[in-house]
Design a protein around this ligand. Structure first.
Ligand SMILES: Nc1nc2c(ncn2[C@@H]2O[C@H](COP(=O)(O)OP(=O)(O)OP(=O)(O)O)[C@@H](O)[C@H]2O)c(=O)[nH]1
Ligand SMILES: [Mg+2]
Length: 312
């Protein structure tokens, strides 16, 4: 059955792609089997992370960006790692119509991913989803995440190019800095540039970048008005420019290696944890160890060691 699904996916069938993604997201064995078969067909896509605060206009901008890339005849996969995303529900009407256009385009595939229950961690699952979309011949895969916590930083960090969105307004920039989000930006965007203080925000971001950063790549700071599509051509150019930089500087190779290592370790971690839990639950060992920590008979380090040893 998987063979046929995989063949159909490679043939461009959206339904087969959806099925495979569901298997992968739910951690089913069929998902792993499909990943094995698909892996030889991957390595082509450019993965772009788009991250920023809730409501900063990520989905609107991603939609506009997808439309721009379609005029450049590139195929697009969009992954929205966010349960409240307008890609799944609740978009304002005008946006919904434009979103529908995208959905009907055979060159675009949109997937909303819930943040719950990813066994190997959210970043690992997102990575797998991106790999499947890569096999499904998407030239560009855009991953939207709310830049709120470490999880999201890790998800954004699995991308080749990371776009961080800020909006004009008192204090917002500082919040982004606190979350450690700006450090991972390859491109900075001040969206909602139709609102006051956009220039001030851009200047603050500029000052932050000058605090000392990267070698070789100068992080552009772009202003966009996503609802009007303004600045989107420049953003698409900047993303393509970053891709070229990665290729010519040898960074892409380096990034691929980093990504491979992270993926391997995340998957191994998930697998080990599920083995340990399976055996500890089977023999009631887990609860015993928890009790002995609570009673202060055993320190947590020793208890963890025993848990692992018991699973061997
Ligand atoms: N004025 C103005 N509003 C914008 C702009 N871009 C997006 N918006 C509006 O901002 C609101 C949030 O936009 P979304 O695209 O849903 O933002 P998001 O970051 O994806 O939001 P979450 O996924 O919920 O975190 C919507 O009402 C958009 O219409 C812009 O450039 N200017
Ligand atoms: Mg959104």
């Amino acid at each position: 059955m998987i063979d046929e699904l995989v063949a159909r996916l490679l043939d461009g069938d959206k339904w087969a792609l959806s099925r495979v993604l569901s298997f992968v997201e739910n951690g089913y064995p069929e998902g792993r089997e499909a990943m094995k078969a698909l892996f030889g067909h991957t390595g082509h896509a450019h993965i772009v992370g788009v991250t920023g605060a809730t409501g900063s206009g990520k989905s609107t901008l991603v939609g506009a960006l997808a439309r721009e890339y379609r005029t450049r005849e590139r195929t697009i996969g969009i992954v929205a790692v966010d349960p409240s995303s307008p890609f799944s529900r609740g978009a304002v009407l005008g946006d919904r119509i434009r979103m529908q256009e995208l959905t009907l385009d055979p060159g675009v595939f949109i997937r909303s991913m819930a943040t719950r229950g990813a066994l190997g961690g959210l970043a690992a699952t997102t990575n797998d989803v991106a790999t499947v979309l890569d096999a499904a011949h998407k030239d560009l895969i855009i991953v939207e995440t709310v830049g709120a916590g470490q999880d999201e930083v890790e998800v954004a960090d699995t991308a080749h190019t990371t776009v961080v969105i800020s909006v004009p307004g008192a204090g917002d920039e500082v919040q982004a800095i606190k979350a450690g989000i700006l450090e991972i930006a390859d491109i900075l965007v001040v969206n909602k540039a139709d609102q006051p203080r956009a220039d001030i925000t851009a200047q603050q971001l500029h000052a932050f970048l000058n605090l000392g950063r990267d070698e070789g790549w100068e992080v552009p700071i772009l202003k966009t008005v996503a609802i009007k599509g303004q600045g989107v051509v420049e953003l698409a150019d900047a993303i393509d420019g970053h891709r070229s930089f990665l290729e010519t500087s040898g960074r892409l190779e380096e990034a691929r290696r980093t990504r491979a290592r992270r993926q391997l370790l995340a998957l191994a971690q998930g697998e080990l944890l599920s083995r340990v839990l399976a055996s500890a639950e089977a023999n009631g060992h887990l609860e015993e160890l928890v009790e002995s920590i609570v009673r202060r008979e055993l320190d947590p380090h020793t208890a963890a060691q025993r848990l692992i040893e018991a699973a061997d």
